[in-house]
Design a binder for this molecule. Structure first.
Ligand SMILES: [Zn+2]
Length: 68
């Protein structure tokens, strides 16, 4: 079982892909929009964990404010 994620090589940040989670689909789209023009790749979580930052953790407070 492998967990995949979308990662921006330029910003060194990523979001985990949950294929059956519609909320996550929105997060992925938002991530891709934010990093438009950057190099965004789909990789195994093990390739980015530790060296990349989780986009969700960074954006959690900001995102919550934007949604409300
Ligand atoms: Zn980026």
């Amino acid at each position: 079982m492998s967990v995949r994620c979308r990662a921006c090589i330029k910003c060194r940040s990523y979001v985990v892909i949950h294929p059956s989670n519609p909320v996550n689909q929105v997060e992925i789209k938002r991530f891709e929009k934010k990093h438009l023009g950057h190099t965004v790749v789909t990789v195994d979580i093990n390739e980015v964990k530790g060296s990349y930052n989780s986009e969700k953790n960074n954006e959690q407070n900001k995102t919550a404010q934007q949604i409300e």
